[in-house]
Ligand binder design. Structure first.
Ligand code: SAH
Ligand code: F3S
Length: 454
């Protein structure tokens, strides 16, 4: 038995990939460890979507030099988006690095580690594949912990957003066969999973590049029909592709949670054009209205970039205006950073000064805090269902879970409820989370309630 330590940066897809890395290496006798000091193989699964994420990778790798010096035979590898972006260059920049594997090459890891150990080479694998079999495991996912799981349904993106490195590092859209996805969800449910999050860079394009495959709304229908599964979420959906079928899915599929992440990026038409997003504000708002008319309960979240090249104060004010108008439940906001190979980095100077970017970020975030607080307060008194995730991050002895609309709720209750769906009443609110009290719990936990009342 050999020990494997994986550090994961970045999005949910990287988390899913890290689980796959552990499974693939598990077949050649590697067992995951939490302790980097004892590991025989140390892997870093990286992100390069923004400059900050990239810098984090180099500082981790710098710290690991010592580990390599201290213990003979330790193998260090880098995978994920930065590995895809840099390839061979990473080996030059980091002399103590043994191997580099790109976003499509997880299945090659056992062979690569062997090459390092037996042949003392430094392998680099960054090829892209169009056949989706590179995303598959030979067997059902095992050792799943908890009641929630990610399931990647597609990789890559065929859009051309000028700021975005994802198409360069994850490749063109490749969808997994629907029967594999459904089998994977069924297997997860058998192991106690109640909620799945379907992942892809642009999930609404699911199946479009695979002749004969079902589309995303149909896939949601199939997943919805899996007995024992309670909740379905997905991310991310491009606004241009928010189809009538997807809106209908929200209205008709009882397991599909009432939450949609729909990145808008900017509230200014001229910035959106420079970003090459393929929609203007009017079109974006129209789609939201259609969704809202059919399903008023759906909560919305979004991504915002401030300080895109050439962003004037007026253009920035339009973003604030859009945030006031839509009243998102949650936003994720970022300052623009130019990424290698992207159109915006080639065409435009990164000309908004750093202090202005930071100031705009602060303004966006403080406006959103007000909106989120107001919207959260409006929920006080409401009865909602939450899936209990674990202990509250507040470390106050409470437990926490998420509503179907993806709000965090902290409440008093026994840890035995972790993994259960429970009914709660909202009793308090802050900008980031809600406070609740327990009403009832699902059947599995009846014994707990009986115990309480006895
Ligand atoms: N559709 C993708 C988007 C991935 S990138 C998905 O969610 O799967 C996630 C977010 O990072 C983007 O929506 C955008 O807001 C932000 N982002 C991407 N490139 C960026 C850049 N160059 N500078 C700043 N933020 C960026
Ligand atoms: Fe990136 Fe735009 Fe695709 S943000 S992942 S190129 S939809």
């Amino acid at each position: 038995m050999k020990r494997l330590y994986i550090q994961t940066y970045g999005c949910q897809m990287n988390q899913y990939d890290s689980e796959r890395i552990a499974r693939v290496l598990g077949r050649v006798d590697y067992v995951a460890t939490e302790s980097i000091e004892n590991a025989d193989l140390i892997l870093l699964n990286t992100c390069s979507v923004r400059d900050k994420a990239e810098q984090k990778v180099y500082s981790s790798l710098g710290r690991w030099k010592e580990l390599k010096e201290q213990r003979e035979g330790v193998v260090i590898g880098v995978g994920g988006c930065l590995a895809q972006q840099e390839g061979e260059r990473l080996l030059k920049r980091v002399p103590h690095l043994d191997l580099v594997f790109g976003t499509h090459n997880i299945h090659k890891l056992p062979e690569m580690v062997e090459q390092v150990q037996n042949w003392r080479t430094r392998p680099v694998e960054t090829a892209f594949y169009r056949d989706p079999s590179y995303m598959e495991d030979a067997e059902c996912r095992t050792h799943v912990q908890g009641s929630k799981a990610f399931v990647t349904i597609m990789q890559g993106c065929n859009k051309v957003c000028s700021f975005c490195i994802v198409p360069h590092v994850r490749g063109r859209e490749v969808s997994r066969p629907s029967e594999k996805i459904i089998a994977e969800v069924e297997c997860l449910v058998r192991q106690g999973v109640k909620e799945v999050m379907l992942l892809g860079q642009n999930v609404n394009s699911y199946g479009k590049t695979s002749p004969g495959e079902i589309n995303f709304a149909e896939l949601l229908g199939c997943v919805n029909a899996i007995p024992g599964l309670e909740r379905i979420r997905f991310t991310t959906s491009h606004p241009q592709d928010l189809s009538p079928e997807l809106i209908e899915a929200f209205a008709t599929l009882e397991k599909l949670c009432e939450h949609l992440h729909l990145p808008v990026q900017s509230g200014s038409d001229s910035v959106l054009a420079r970003m090459r997003r393929g929609y203007n504000c009017k079109e974006y708002l129209h789609r939201i209205r259609l969704l809202n008319d059919r399903c008023p309960q759906v909560a919305l979240s979004t991504d915002i970039i401030v300080g895109f090249p050439g962003e004037t104060d007026d253009e920035f004010q339009s973003t604030l205006e859009l945030l006031r108008q839509v009243e998102y439940d949650e936003i994720f906001s970022f300052t623009y950073s130019p990424r290698p190979q992207t159109v915006s980095a080639k065409l435009y100077d990164d000309d908004v000064p750093n202090e202005i970017k930071k100031d705009r970020l602060k303004k966006v975030q403080s406006l959103q805090r007000e909106v989120s607080l107001r919207k959260n307060r409006e929920r006080i008194g409401a009865v909602e269902e939450i899936l209990v995730d674990g202990q509250s991050k507040l470390k106050n002895g409470q437990i926490m879970g998420r509503t179907r609309t993806n709000r965090i709720v902290n409440l008093l209750g026994p840890e035995a409820l972790v993994g259960s769906l429970v009914s709660i009443r909202i009793t308090g609110a802050s900008a980031n989370s809600l406070v609740g009290e327990l009403l009832t719990v699902d059947r599995e936990c009846d014994s707990y309630l009986e115990g309480e009342t006895a």
